[in-house]
Design a protein around this ligand. Structure first.
Ligand SMILES: [Zn+2]
Length: 173
């Protein structure tokens, strides 16, 4: 299972060929007869809501470097989505949260970045349920709460973000 278009078999290193299987072109290994499936990568993020404001981070790296999104990132291989979301929140903003206290907002497919497809799982939590002081971490240039009326002025890193922020805010209205 890979995220990018594979050229070589990850099991035996043989060059792959493309064959039709299950109505899709699949990458197959002519040497060990395995199909190398290509799948999206899951990510998880948290919208922290403080009254009429939401917490955004300014991304340090591409895709979307310099633009803003909800704090989040990829799941480690054995990590549950809510645990990953809580870990990424703390890494990027300094705020701690109990993964069990997160509320699911949505799960959606992001616009692909090159060959990489990501499914992002969005959670939300109220600011008062979090601990610690706000301080941007290693993957974020900045972290700040933005009032809902000012969201139209924000340059978002990804198309999904404004809709997710609206859904998170609506959960606490
Ligand atoms: Zn092989």
């Amino acid at each position: 299972m890979v995220t990018h278009v594979p050229s070589y078999c990850p099991h035996c290193g043989h060059q792959l060929t493309t064959v039709e299987r299950e109505g899709r072109p699949r990458h197959c290994c002519p040497s060990c007869d395995r199909v190398v499936y290509r799948n999206p990568v899951p990510g998880a993020a948290v919208v922290v809501v403080d009254g009429d404001s939401v917490l955004l981070v300014q991304r340090r790296i591409d895709p979307g470097a310099g633009r803003w999104c909800d704090p989040g990132g990829h799941l480690e291989v054995d990590e549950r989505p809510a645990v990953a979301a809580a870990r990424e929140l703390e890494e990027e903003t300094g705020l701690g949260v109990d993964p069990g206290g997160l509320t699911l907002v949505d799960a959606l497919q992001m616009v692909p970045w090159g060959e990489k497809y990501v499914v992002t799982i969005g959670y939300t939590v109220k600011r008062r349920e979090t601990t610690g002081a706000l301080s941007p971490g290693t993957d974020a240039r900045a972290a700040r709460f933005v009032h809902r009326e000012d969201l139209s002025t924000v340059e978002f890193a990804f198309d999904y973000v404004p809709g997710r922020l609206d859904r998170a805010l609506a959960l606490f209205d």
